[in-house]
Unconditional design. Structure first.
Length: 79
């Protein structure tokens, strides 16, 4: 037996109004990944969020911490 955990498949009709409206949104407002905002995503996909804190619980607005976060961002983008 194959399980499907996709809530859109499980709880919305195949030809539902919401899917039609999403298609229109995606047609006229395609996702711009250069200035991506997660709260504007129209479909669930490969998306992750990280909560990053300094090991010493200090400010994240330090140059060395900021450099490490930028490095982590580049590593994630390559994956």
């Amino acid at each position: 037996m194959n399980y499907n955990y996709d809530p859109e498949y499980l709880f919305s009709p195949t030809n539902g109004q919401a899917k039609h409206e999403r298609d229109i949104i995606e047609k006229y407002f395609p996702t711009n990944y250069t200035s991506f905002k997660a709260n504007r995503i129209t479909q669930a996909g490969k998306l992750g969020r990280l909560i990053i804190t300094a090991k010493d619980n200090g400010s994240m607005l330090r140059t060395n911490i900021w450099d490490q976060m930028l490095y982590l961002d580049q590593v994630i983008l390559v994956l």
